[in-house]
Design a protein around this ligand. Structure first.
Ligand SMILES: *Cc1c(COP(=O)(O)O)cnc(C)c1O
Length: 388
């Protein structure tokens, strides 16, 4: 188990993604074996070695955590069985009854549900703020403990100026957490002063839509480090060794996939923005995006997700999604396959998205095939501007 950056001086993300966290084992295996064993033998003196019981730790988890920490530029990653388990670990560690949290007004709906359904019994309050604007102060209260950022946001692709929020939070001793699920490798919130970065590794980090996972990334000087670790081990929402292995394997190609998704997303945005059946394209890579400059400044690329507002209403949006052949209508994002989704009908009890919004997660297929599919799906949808 090693930190590639420290040992070899190779710090490029493409190299870390392949080599991070594992050196050949006693059998010289190039690929790390999967340690399914839940228990590990003590030595002759009855002492444990590095491992004792898999909930406490496991070699595959060590490798995964090392890779994710290096990719995110943090000292440590703590892996969970889902993205929401990772958010829950941060909230549980940081918040006390009566505390107040500021979340973005466009926020992953599961984060809002967590506050509503689980933390309400702790009397934790929350406010929603338009973090893409500059007025965060009006949402801050005396008991605000945490500001939660999500940028780009899901599904409106709003961009929050991370440094701006951090500056305002620090003068008031407020903790800043950032859901970086949409922008791994593209932006590093820890380096911009955030206290916590969180990932749903289910998305781009996994990239194959076949593992559920989450991670919290932080630096060693974070006073909550041990609490988050305790939350992982003692509360027990750990990823299995096989899931850790699958995720580590997926991470080897993550930088290639991320770049390909970003390039496809940009090309899809450029195609859709000029299409007569599309009312609006929401994508941080378009110069008309409200925070285009901030995105340019804090992100290497504008990301692999975009949303479109089709001309018409829910009916037209759903009809368009269902006419697509290559692009599947399904939830989730960050996979090698391009997915489209009508968000409003996936958002449960309190839907927020516009009824004509479709979110597109760009995969890594050939761009010509993706555009051809959109073309045929949109062609049949005309006349969208007429009365339907
Ligand atoms: C999917 C997602 C989550 C939740 O992650 P799970 O792995 O599904 O628990 C959190 N935040 C964002 C932005 C997401 O897209």
């Amino acid at each position: 188990m090693s930190d590639v950056k420290k040992e070899t001086g190779i710090g490029h993300v493409e190299t870390i993604a392949v080599h991070g966290g594992y050196e050949t084992d006693n059998n010289s295996a190039i690929v790390q074996p999967i340690y399914l064993s839940t228990t590990f033998e003590r030595n002759g003196n009855g002492e444990y070695g590095d491992f004792s019981y898999t909930r406490a730790n496991n070699p595959n988890r060590v490798t995964l955590e090392s890779k994710i920490a290096s990719i995110e530029g943090g000292d440590m990653a703590i892996a969970f069985s889902s993205g929401l388990a990772a958010i829950n670990a941060i909230f549980h560690s940081v918040l006390k009854p009566g505390d107040h949290v500021v979340i973005p007004d466009d926020c992953y709906h599961g984060t809002v549900s967590l506050l509503e359904k689980i933390f309400d019994q702790w009397s934790v309050q929350y406010s929603e703020a338009d973090m893409a604007g500059t007025d965060i102060e009006s949402s801050i209260r005396d008991n605000t403990k945490l500001i939660w950022i999500e940028t780009p946001s899901n599904p409106l692709l709003k961009i929050t100026d991370i440094r701006n929020i951090v500056t305002k939070a620090k003068t008031r001793n407020i903790i800043v957490g950032c859901d970086n699920t949409f922008a791994p490798m593209l932006q590093r919130p820890l380096e911009m002063g955030a206290d916590f970065v969180m990932h749903s590794s289910t998305k781009f980090l996994c990239g194959h839509s076949d593992v559920l996972g989450g991670a919290v990334i932080l630096n060693n000087d974070n006073p909550y480090t041990q609490k988050i670790r305790d939350y992982q081990v003692t509360a027990g929402s750990v990823p299995s060794p096989f899931d850790c292995w699958l995720l580590s394997r997926s991470l080897s190609t993550f930088p290639l996939r991320m770049n390909a998704s970003c390039d496809n997303a940009m090309a899809l945005a450029a195609y859709l923005v000029q299409h007569p059946s599309i009312e609006k394209v929401l994508y941080p890579g378009l110069t008309n995006h409200h925070n285009y400059q901030v995105g340019l400044q804090q992100m290497k690329k504008p990301g692999g997700v975009l949303s479109v507002l089709v001309k018409g209403n829910k009916k037209q949006a759903l009809a368009f999604a269902s006419r697509l052949k290559l692009i599947k209508h399904a939830t989730s994002l960050g996979g090698v396959e391009t997915l489209i989704e009508h968000r409003r009908s996936a958002e449960g009890e309190h839907p927020r998205s516009p009824e004509n919004l479709l979110r597109i997660s760009a995969g890594i297929e050939h761009i010509d095939d993706l555009i051809a599919d959109l073309e045929q799906g949109l062609k049949d949808s005309l006349p969208l501007t007429g009365v339907i």
